[in-house]
Write a new protein. Structure first.
Length: 612
């Protein structure tokens, strides 16, 4: 029998493959701030190069469309150009024979709507919108705009206290973010041009593991201003605002409804992900600034709000989204059915559940759902399942959290939508009834589920935890006179609440359920706006001088990943699951930083320009 051999790829094929790989990396690492019209033009030209030439709308229309768009990009077009561009794009979309033509035209039409301000700027101002231009991606994508390259450089030198102070200049929660930040800073890390993004969060965690945050002195407080500010809510946003206002010299009073400070960090994240004693390190450091009075176990209603507004010069409302949403299905109020956030709140107070011998079902696909499922495993449940109406890849939880939950024995039941809760003779939940789903059209960036023509399913459970989102308890503030929409407080561009001149609001009470780093970013901006409102313009530095850049290692190498304790061990306790980096691993990971703050486009400070 003759053997059939397969010829290896030619050298030409290998070069093409390498070129495509490098091109893909450049797309993935495209930094924020790039003019979207330029990106659209490049994509349109790429589409024009793929046309087969048989279809007139595609063959002749795309080059003409690209020419019109080029004039707009070059700021040489007049007002009528936008109407002509839209008309031609609609014609190509509606008459092209294949996807090359109609998808290219549809992308232009989408851009005309999505980037309307940018188009107007090119027509009316003859320039890109303010702020367009390459920046250091990691700092730009961090909601708190932390100087990432600087603290990585300090960690590389073993100066952990300076690293913590560099982080603290823009984010007073270095420990919290080292444990639970979703690290958006890594999304456009330019190191991905070579191999993979730097493990920024793990480097930060290594720093705070070496030197506790509360052992590093905070910057000196500015002279007292005689002004007073009330902060409603002691979560990450409220504490961040209080920290910066106190450093500016204002007297701050925090009103917190629960027994302890921390908000979602204490009452929304299980201890195995973020030990409470590590949270206390950040809080002690914040309160060490002085000038901050804390009033816990103090709920603020309409009457209290009225008194606070009259007593203080300014008020910042940062109450967070602490109320759980319901399923709104039959028997959703049965015994055994509860919002997931209630479970996490109880754990924050030290009251751990006992699910020994029970079957637990968690409804939802976000990080809260994963937290509750993994908590149920540790609470002794016989079976733990997560029911989600979309696919696993559509879950909003971090992929690492999903993988960790599965490793601990959590079953993922996807494409199942809850329709009813089945109860026993005593009114307790006995099972969750679901309707199988199928994936439908993409809406809002994700495929939407549709009911499939399949029989309903019965999932037995003695406990059902609902993790389908959280809502803001805004009624007391609405009664006070603050404007709201869709359950959230409404503010102007300066975060001032509509209804009262000296009341500001930010974080989850304005945006809905969010992430820790976004809450911190909101508190930081609020502090700056309140300071300006009070008639000041304080500048806070306090960060040490950034180390001079060393020669960076551009040799492709693997990214250092943080390991977790074995699932068969960690699922039996609430101890920290992550294992930190070694000194050797931290040095290697820091050495992968390309120091974009000093080299290339987007250098951060004039003092660093000499390295460009």
């Amino acid at each position: 029998m003759a053997m059939i051999s397969v010829a290896p790829k030619s050298a030409s094929d290998a070069r093409v493959s390498e070129y495509l790989n490098r091109h893909a990396r450049r797309v993935e690492t495209c930094p924020p701030g790039t003019c979207p019209l330029v990106v659209q033009l490049s994509l349109l030209r790429a589409s024009g190069a793929q046309t087969c030439g048989k279809c007139v709308p595609c063959r002749d229309g795309i080059p003409r469309l690209a020419g019109m768009l080029e004039r707009i990009v070059d700021c040489e077009a007049d007002e009528g150009a936008l109407e002509s561009l839209r008309a031609l794009a609609e014609m190509i979309r509606d008459t092209a024979d294949c996807a090359i033509g109609y998808e290219a035209a549809d992308a232009v039409l989408a851009g005309l709507d999505s980037f309307a301000d940018e188009y107007r700027s090119h027509i009316e101002q003859r320039a890109c919108s303010p702020g367009v231009g390459q920046t250091v991606p990691c700092e730009t994508l961090c909601p708190a705009h932390v100087d990432v390259p600087a603290y990585i450089a300090f960690v590389a030198e073993g100066d952990y206290a300076s690293a913590i102070n560099t982080i603290r200049k823009d984010n007073p929660f270095p420990t919290a973010c080292a444990f639970v930040c979703e690290h958006p800073c890594e999304q456009r890390c330019r190191r991905a041009l070579i191999d993979a993004p730097i493990n920024i969060r793990a480097v930060k965690k290594f720093a705070v593991d070496q030197v506790p945050a509360d052992s590093v002195p905070v910057p000196a407080r500015s002279a007292a201003t005689g002004r007073s500010v009330a902060v409603i809510g002691g979560g990450p946003s409220g504490l961040t605002c209080a920290y910066y206002l106190a450093l500016m010299g204002h007297a701050v009073t925090i009103y917190e409804g629960k027994r302890q400070l921390g908000g979602m960090l204490r009452y929304g994240i299980p201890a195995y992900r973020f030990p409470r004693e590590r949270l206390d390190e950040d809080i002690r450091a914040i309160l060490s600034t002085g000038g901050i009075e804390v009033r816990c176990d103090t709920l603020v209603g309409e009457r209290e709000m009225d008194e606070i507004v009259r007593e203080f010069d300014a008020v910042y409302v940062a109450i967070g989204a602490q109320a759980g949403k319901t399923l709104r299905i039959e028997n959703d109020d049965a015994e055994g059915v509860s919002p997931a956030i209630d479970l996490l709140n109880a754990i924050g107070e030290g009251a751990y559940p006992d699910y020994t011998g029970k079957r637990v079902v968690v409804v939802g696909g976000g990080n809260v759902a994963m937290d509750c499922a993994r908590t149920a495993v540790r609470a002794g449940a016989d079976e733990v399942s997560i029911v989600y109406r979309r696919r696993k890849e559509d879950m909003t939880a971090l992929p690492a959290e999903v993988e960790s939950a599965m490793a601990e024995g959590v079953e993922m039941i996807t494409l199942e939508a809850p329709v009813a809760v089945e109860v026993d003779g005593q009114g307790r939940c006995a099972a969750l009834v679901t309707q199988p789903q199928m994936i439908g059209p993409v809406r809002g960036g994700r495929p939407s589920p549709l009911a499939a023509d399949k029989p309903q399913r019965r999932i037995e459970a003695e406990a059902i935890l609902v993790a389908v989102g959280q809502s803001v308890v805004a009624r007391p503030f609405e009664d006070f006179g603050l404007e709201s929409a869709w359950g959230c407080l409404v503010t102007d561009e300066y975060m001032r609440a509509k209804g009262r001149d000296n009341v500001f609001a930010g974080g989850e009470c304005c945006s809905g359920s969010s992430t820790v780093i976004r809450e911190i970013g909101a508190g930081k901006v609020a502090a700056r706006n309140i300071d300006e409102f009070l008639g000041y313009h304080h500048t806070l530095d306090g960060a040490p001088s950034v180390p001079e850049p060393q020669f960076n290692d551009r040799t492709p190498r693997g990214r250092v990943e943080v390991a977790e304790r074995p699932a068969r061990v960690r699922k039996h306790d609430f101890s920290e699951v992550e294992e930190g980096m070694s000194r050797e691993e931290a040095r290697q990971e820091c050495g992968r930083c390309l120091r974009c703050d000093c080299f290339g486009c987007g250098t951060l400070e004039e003092g660093r320009q000499r390295y460009a």
